[in-house]
Design a protein. Structure first.
Length: 251
């Protein structure tokens, strides 16, 4: 049943097909278009021919998602002086300056002018500055969190996450993607509320969503922002690699 070198061609691009056959999957299929290619989960006894037939049956859906990602990729900001980059739902201009440390101002992102033409260096400067801003937001949200959640909260981690915006463990550890700092502040606040509500409500049931709405009245708008800007947020200034923790806040 092992799948070797499967590809699915969309708009003249060969997408690697990554097949998962979980032993506990009783039936049904699911498809995701990711940075690595097309990921499909199938029943354990499903052969490669059936996998490819299923993908062909859903070609229109795959092509639409692929086009959306292609358009989003073309819309990513270019890391060069004078161009604008996102911060908290607004824009800052990339500006080389006589500074040792990168920093955001009200209108610009200042970074050492010796690297004015080095997009890789600019990306690293940006991530460092983004994480600093995100860390300050996390500190504020922890302080203002309702006591009923704070007493269950053990640790908050600011992370690079491969496929999720956040997570919450049963032991009280919350993880949040630093990348959300590029979106409007209420999106970060929603994500924090979403994860700490899992401290009391593990499932996404009615009680959970009521709790989230109490802490984050703009939850619906925040979810729309995350959905419609998923590619841009997860691929700027570079795509996510392995999950890693950048900052930890213990209570």
């Amino acid at each position: 049943m092992k799948s070797n070198n499967l590809f699915f061609v969309v708009d003249n691009e060969r997408l690697p097909v990554i097949v998962a056959r979980p032993a506990n999957r009783k039936g049904g299929y699911s498809i995701r278009l990711t940075t690595d290619g097309l990921k499909i989960s199938v029943p354990i006894n499903c052969d490669d021919a059936t996998v490819m037939s299923y993908l062909e049956k859903h070609r229109r859906w795959i092509a639409k998602r692929h086009q959306e990602k292609t358009t989003a990729r073309e819309d990513l900001p270019v890391l060069a002086p004078g161009n604008d980059i996102p911060l908290l739902g607004e824009w800052r201009t990339l500006t080389p300056a006589n500074v040792k440390r990168p920093a955001f101002t009200e209108s610009a992102f200042l970074f050492p002018d010796k690297d004015a033409n080095e997009s890789g260096a600019i990306a690293i400067y940006l991530v460092t500055a983004y994480i600093e801003v995100a860390a300050n937001i996390v500190r504020r949200l922890i302080v203002s969190a309702p006591s009923e959640y704070k007493q269950l909260l053990r640790e908050v981690r600011l992370k690079e996450l491969k496929s999720r915006w956040g997570s919450c463990s049963s032991s009280g550890n919350v993880s949040i993607s630093w990348r959300v700092v590029m979106a409007s502040p209420y999106v970060f606040e929603y994500l924090f509320a979403h994860e700490i509500c899992h401290l009391k409500h593990r499932a996404h049931n009615a009680d959970f969503w009521r709790a989230v709405a109490e802490l984050a009245p703009c939850a619906d708008d925040a979810k729309r922002v995350l959905r419609s800007n998923h590619y841009q947020l997860t691929h700027f200034p570079f795509p996510p690699k392995r999950p890693v923790t950048f900052a930890t806040f213990s209570l």
